[in-house]
Design a protein around this ligand. Structure first.
Ligand code: ADP
Ligand code: MG
Length: 614
């Protein structure tokens, strides 16, 4: 029988440390929160190699007395909590008294601190949690903590760390969120010697947003302010025409804490229904404040999830707040948001609240694709399910023909190695026409009807070509280079991938102040799409944390394939359509790179059933 023995304090500390310090970003988070708790007005974060070799956080806060320096690094040592009763009334960010102990246990750490108006400061070095002697030193007011060689004594953890670039990206994201939620604090972030963020600390949210998320984003903002009893939603949302290709610019805070929330995303996006371009997402910096008993804050401090007691009231608060802002601050009552979705039984136009809808969506992602316009003026359009045709109510299939504005035309780029660009002459299928300038209608020799999404099909063809292509990519040099201004985390993520971008035809360079200059773009992307393509790539890289180089590459290919494809709504000539149909009919192209179907097939029997002929 194995004997039971108590772990040595050293091993116990290392285990506990692992729970608090997961990665460099968790060190930065704890140190920043300590600086805020110490009443700092300015704080500087400096990192090298994604924080793995060097992290410095310096503040101008109250400082730590020399004789208390060693105590601050003991486990369960805190100045923020004395008795159990204090737990209920906690106002500071950290209160477990564990961060400094944990960080010092897995690094080589130096602290310099001086109390306000003291004659001198003091410094202490710790290695794997073991402190040296405190010595007197000259240093500015406040506290500076330098953390070197994180996880040097926990090789297992070290091995699990992602690449430096992923860690830098995580840190920039975290620092900009913290800066946004503290406009009175001036926050500076220096990465490998380069200043990538510096907020003014003037207490004005808009100037903080400008500094943290970039000029372009800040200039597109509409203020939001709504009160509902004890609840409040305020901040900024983007103007409908300024949508982005990803949700990367949606930043939510609940009671000052950065959170990710499907509910808040859904409420925001619902307010843009029928205002935002397809495939674009609104951006925001929104602060939701609630009485503490309406939200579960008792979640792990490193997590960003949040639980609301009354989801519907939060959804309504945010939805109406954003609607009012988009309507120019009008305070009229808005009709309740209505979803048109297909319920599990297969009938259409079921009305549900967003929460009910989400609870039925297996992956809990907000999916708001099908909508009933508030006042239906037009003849109903028959909806055909994406995956398989379902019986639908017999309605007159008359679709009003609106004049479609002249659409840009764009030739289809076919693989370089394919010498025959001509579509096949003799085919076992026939194109019947095109619907909504988006779907190719055709029939095959077996009497099946097909609807083919021309953009999705072309995107897939492009994607496969890029993926297998070994020849250098054709590029076009821009006469006037373009400039993209990105928020720090996206800037970091993208600049780490310049060589990959180069490989696929984007020649970019750093341009200072979070800007990137674009000198060359792939030949099959139009110039006006180049900046949004890079923004989209940056957004995706930020989300996927670029941990896996193959994933980063795929994200890049997706975006290029999409931007280089003919778009739904564009006029295409029949030759182009025939090339696409040929690829679909040959079975070569089935799903777009995002996994959406490229074509919907209906058999003759299914059609006959719909019309009650069979
Ligand atoms: P906690 O923040 O939960 O109290 P920490 O381990 O993070 O625990 O810090 C321990 C103590 O060290 C804090 O309670 C505080 O008194 C002191 N301290 C830490 N960082 C700072 C700082 N930047 N400025 C002043 N005091 C600090
Ligand atoms: Mg703390």
């Amino acid at each position: 029988m194995p004997h039971i023995a108590q772990l040595s304090p050293h091993v116990a500390d290392l285990i506990a440390a692992g729970e608090v310090v997961e990665r460099p970003a968790s060190v930065v988070k704890e140190l920043l929160e300590n600086a805020i708790d110490a009443g700092a007005t300015a704080v500087t974060v400096e990192i090298q190699n994604g924080g793995m070799t060097y992290i410095r956080v310096s503040d101008d806060g109250c400082g730590i007395a020399p004789e208390e320096l060693p105590t601050a690094f003991l486990r369960h040592a805190t100045s923020k909590l004395r008795e159990a009763g204090d737990l209920a009334a906690i106002g500071t960010l950290g209160f477990r008294g564990e961060a400094l102990a944990a960080i010092s246990a897995v690094s080589r750490l130096d602290v310099f601190s001086r109390l306000k108006n003291a004659d001198s400061g003091a410094t202490l070095h710790l290695e794997g949690g073991i402190p040296d002697q405190v010595t007197e030193t000259g240093c500015p007011d406040g506290t500076s903590i330098i953390v070197r060689d994180l996880f040097f004594n926990t090789p297992a953890r070290l091995k699990f760390m992602k690449r430096d670039s992923a860690e830098s990206t995580a840190i920039s994201g975290l620092v900009s969120h913290l800066a946004l939620s503290h406009p009175h604090l001036s926050v500076k972030l220096i990465r490998d010697g380069e200043e990538i963020l510096h907020t003014p600390g003037d207490g004005v949210l808009k100037s903080t947003v400008y500094a943290a998320l970039g000029r372009d984003f800040a200039l597109s903002l509409i203020p939001v302010h709504a009160l509902d009893g004890a609840m409040c939603a305020e901040g900024f949302v983007t103007a409908p025409l300024s949508g982005r290709g990803t949700r990367g610019m949606q930043t939510f805070f609940v009671n000052g804490r950065f959170v990710k929330s499907q509910l808040l995303t859904a409420a925001l996006e619902e307010a843009y229904a029928n205002r935002q371009m397809k495939g674009k997402f609104p951006g925001c910096v929104l602060f939701v404040s609630l009485p503490f008993d309406m939200v579960d804050v008792n979640v792990h401090p490193a997590k960003t999830v949040v639980k609301f007691l009354n989801e519907k009231s939060i959804f309504d608060l945010v939805y109406h707040a954003v609607c009012d802002a988009l309507d120019g601050g009008k305070k009229e009552e808005k009709p309740k948001p209505v979803q048109a979705v297909q319920n599990p039984r297969g009938d259409f136009f079921q009305t549900m609240t967003a929460a009910e809808y989400r609870s039925q969506t297996p992956d809990h992602k907000p999916v708001f694709k099908t909508k009933i316009p508030p006042v239906p003026e037009r003849t109903p359009i028959i909806h055909i399910s994406d995956v398989a045709p379902k019986p639908i109510a017999p309605v007159a299939p008359i679709v009003e023909h609106k004049p479609i504005p002249p659409a840009p035309q764009k030739p289809i780029e076919m693989p370089a190695e394919q010498t025959v660009l001509e579509p096949p002459q003799e085919t076992p299928w026939r194109i019947v026409g095109e619907l909504l300038h988006t779907y190719i209608v055709c029939e095959d020799e077996n009497q099946n009807a097909w609807l083919i999404d021309k953009h999705a099909a072309h995107e897939r063809i492009n994607f496969d070509r890029l993926k297998t292509n070994t020849a250098p990519v054709m590029t076009q040099q821009l006469l006037t280079p373009l400039v993209a201004t990105l928020p720090p985390n996206e800037y970091t993520a993208l600049s780490e991938q310049f060589s990959l971008l180069r490989e696929f035809g984007f020649f970019c360079e750093e341009f200072g102040d979070g800007s990137i200059i674009i000198r060359e773009i792939p030949a099959d992307i139009v110039e006006s799409d180049a900046v949004s393509a890079l923004e989209e790539i940056a957004g995706k890289l930020t989300v996927s944390h670029t941990a896996d180089p193959a994933a980063a590459r795929d994200e890049l290919l997706h975006t290029i394939a999409c931007k280089a494809a003919i778009k739904g709504g564009w006029t295409s000539d029949e030759k182009e359509l025939r090339v696409l149909v040929d690829r679909v009919q040959s079975g070569e192209v089935k799903f777009c790179p995002h996994g959406r179907p490229v074509a919907v097939k209906m058999t003759k029997y299914e059609l006959e059933k719909m019309f009650k002929r069979a």
